[in-house]
Design a protein. Structure first.
Length: 338
């Protein structure tokens, strides 16, 4: 009999904990991308009290069609209130945000927040960043760690402060980067880790079991600025084949490294390159010449050897594997890139 009474007490206690969790803390989730969505789903499925979501405005695709962010789609499907401010300092937006009376705000993959937004909750606002801060502060850490040939990266949660990505660190988790890993593959690995990282951080903040740590002052900081189209062009005369190889995989699949391919009718077309292998070999072939083109291979000459294309996309066509791509090229002699 005592056993059943104790069991009922435990069940009641557990139910009270769940109900408490649903009420406290009141969370505002801020994010827009597919990367953000992993964390939002984790919070929702574990029944945390998400009082609202802030996401980006809809983008028009065609005249009568708009693009919703993945976060907005999820909010609509699960009846979570949301705001889509065009201006984060707009009075109406700030009034609606204050009305949610959040205890804490969680930010994953969103633009820079003004102090009037991140300073609202009494428990603060924390961000999840896809690098091991203080290294790779900025908009594109996943791309730049691969472009720069790093062998490790990770996730960092930190309290948001005035300076971008410079707030006190809450948690970090490190992972290795595979030697052939692309930015897309690395992003997926980090996305799968992100939800549990958010939950762990939130739990420790709630229980006051966390001591935020100042970011270290390092002289040789590496940054991760936004990737531009100009950044993505391949420099075939780079003396390091490793540098060319890292750039291609660090930009794959999006926004994708590109070059100009001398095509038929004596014109250049843009050629995106997604997957390659590097071949180290001494040779005297001019740099940028497409060499040894066959039914299943297309090598581009570089200083230390060859870059062999595995997947690419010629302007006006779909992304293809090398066999299909070559089948679409009628002229196979005197081809080169620049």
């Amino acid at each position: 009999m005592n056993f059943f009474i104790k069991l009922q007490d435990k069940i009641s206690e557990f139910k009270l904990q769940i109900n408490y969790m649903k009420k406290f803390p009141k969370i505002v989730f801020i994010g827009s991308t597919n990367f953000s969505l992993f964390s939002l789903k984790e919070l929702y499925m574990k029944q945390y009290n998400i009082v609202g979501v802030i996401t980006s405005p809809d983008n028009p695709i065609h005249k009568n069609e708009k693009y919703f962010s993945p976060v907005k789609k999820y909010a609509l499907e699960n009846n979570i209130p949301f705001l889509q401010p065009g201006n984060l300092l707009d009075d109406t937006f700030l009034k609606n945000l204050k009305a949610w009376n959040a205890d804490i705000q969680i930010v994953v993959s969103f633009k820079i927040l003004p102090k009037k937004v991140w300073d609202l909750p009494k428990m603060g606002s924390f961000n999840l960043h896809a690098s091991l801060l203080p290294q790779y502060r900025g908009a594109a850490p996943i791309n730049w760690v691969i472009i720069n040939g790093e062998n490790k990266t990770g996730l960092t949660t930190f309290f948001i402060e005035e300076k971008i990505d410079s707030g006190k660190i809450l948690f970090q988790k490190e992972i290795e980067i595979g030697k052939e890993e692309t930015a897309g593959e690395l992003e997926y690995k980090l996305k799968k880790m992100s939800g549990s990282m958010i939950i762990k951080t939130l739990e420790k903040i709630m229980k006051k079991q966390i001591k935020p740590i100042d970011q270290k002052n390092i002289n040789s900081l590496k940054y991760a600025p936004k990737i531009s189209t100009k950044n993505c062009r391949i420099q075939w005369d780079d003396p390091s084949i490793e540098s060319i190889y890292n750039k291609i995989r660090g930009l794959s699949p999006h926004p994708a490294a590109w070059t100009l391919l001398f095509f038929h009718k004596k014109k250049f077309v843009r050629f995106k390159i997604f997957v390659v292998k590097k071949i180290l070999k001494k040779h005297s072939i001019p740099i940028g010449l497409i060499f040894n083109i066959s039914s299943s291979e297309m090598r581009i000459s570089v200083k230390e050897g060859f870059i062999s294309i595995i997947e690419g996309q010629i302007e006006g066509k779909k992304r293809m594997n090398i066999k299909n791509l070559i089948n679409g090229i009628k002229i196979r002699k005197n081809l080169f890139v620049r």
